[in-house]
Design a protein around this ligand. Structure first.
Ligand code: GLA
Length: 398
């Protein structure tokens, strides 16, 4: 693995980094995948429904204990090291990617985990800022490494909740729970229907005749600088107004399609924001039914409707996302496409007939370049298993 040609896999990359920077052999290795969401966008923070999967692309963390009470981390994707004390994880300046590690350490400590010193080497093939939730992967990878080091068992839902808290409190993005639950609970070959109120999950097989293609516009966005928090405030304002009109409404999850006349009476733009959430929840449940009966064409129709709703009602699209959706829709094998993740930049998700993905990528890449002058990036993925902890080499000491 340490040969002159360099590491050949992200796992080997993470282990090599740990050895090269800290002279340590990995005691624990963690794989945390990215997430891609088939449908159910901007519904999680209204306690609604989402249908994500984990990507084959993942972040890998190799970890080893340190004698001193410090967390030290290096990443193949970042120039600067992250260092902070285990006794006061929020302390000290760290590079921006280190805030996710600090946040995770802080919420675990507050939850009663006694953190021990550790060194981390991180590497992966998960693109950052492409709408694949590299941030949740980083939180969960670090969280699992901290827990393994502390010898502290924790169930996956609690870990996901803590990771969400770390992002809200420490990074300043008021994200929902979808990404962290997808990264921790995903099942290979399946999409995961998540009820973001009960946190119950139901695996739904991804049809064998389809693959997921993430079509990155190559225009990254940082969520904390985008309108994400504004959208969340608008949705909460809409829910408060509707609760006044109809007691018992706790969030937009409590409204169904038949309640749309009530939604349309809200002042703009709250009417459109709420309409997106209510109709999107209905589309998720319809998509699950369509998948179960193998009706890919119906899924495609729902993906296109989801995109229109995100563009016109939720207003989170951009010119590049529009160009990419159009490029995807006109390319061979495309069942349906829509912007994925928060929007405001990032990526489009296309559902593509298996066997036609190479032709799809070539055509969509050319069409996107024609429209924008930019080179998009494409990632074909199946539905992978959620995060896992693997033991490292035998010389680890914890
Ligand atoms: C981001 C957030 C998620 C979710 C999506 C939009 O990825 O982290 O919680 O709200 O945006 O669906």
């Amino acid at each position: 693995m340490d040969d002159a040609a360099g590491p050949t896999t992200p796992r080997a990359g993470a282990e090599t980094l740990l050895r090269a920077r800290y002279g340590l052999s990995p005691a624990v290795v963690v794989r945390a995948p990215g997430r891609v969401n088939l449908i159910g966008e901007h519904t999680d923070y209204s306690e609604g429904f989402v249908l994500p999967a984990a990507t084959d692309a993942a972040l890998w963390a190799a970890a080893a204990p340190l004698p001193e009470p410090l967390v030290r981390a290096v990443s193949a994707a970042e120039a600067e090291e992250t260092v902070f004390p285990t006794s006061a994880p929020r302390q000290g300046p760290v590079p921006s990617w280190g805030r996710y590690l600090q946040g995770m350490a802080a919420v675990l400590a507050e939850a009663g985990v006694s953190l021990r010193g550790l060194a981390l080497g991180l590497d992966g093939d998960l693109p950052v800022g492409a709408g694949l939730s590299s941030s949740a992967a980083l939180e969960i990878a670090a969280g699992l490494a901290f827990l393994a080091c502390a010898g502290h068992p924790l169930d996956r839902r609690s870990l996901a909740r803590l990771a969400q808290r770390a992002e809200v409190e420490h990074v300043g993005v008021r994200c929902g729970i979808m990404d962290q639950l997808a990264v921790t609970l995903a099942r290979a070959g399946h999409l995961l229907l998540i009820d973001c109120r009960s946190l119950e999950v139901e695996p739904v097989p991804l049809p064998a005749e389809a693959v997921l293609v993430v079509c990155d516009t190559a225009v990254p966005r940082r969520l904390e600088e985008s309108g994400y928090n504004t959208r969340r405030e608008e949705v909460e304002a809409a829910a408060r107004a509707l609760a006044a009109a109809r007691p018992g409404v706790r969030s937009l999850r409590d409204l169904a399609l038949r309640d749309l006349p009530l939604v349309h009476a809200l002042p703009a733009p709250l009417d459109r924001r709420a309409r997106h959430v209510v109709t999107e929840n209905a589309r998720v449940l319809e998509a699950v039914q369509a998948l179960r009966r193998g009706d890919l064409a119906a899924v495609g129709t729902l993906l296109r409707a989801s995109h229109r709703s995100l563009r016109d009602d939720f207003e989170v699209s951009t010119p590049e996302l529009e160009a990419m959706v159009a490029a995807a829709q006109e390319s061979p094998g495309c069942v349906g496409a829509r912007l994925v993740g928060a929007g405001f930049g990032g990526a489009v998700l296309a559902l593509v007939e298996r066997g036609r993905e190479a032709a799809f990528v070539a055509a969509a890449g050319a069409a996107y370049r024609r429209r924008t002058g930019r080179s998009g990036r494409f990632l074909v993925t199946g539905a992978a298993a959620g995060a896992e902890v693997l033991t490292g080499s035998q010389d680890g000491t914890w």
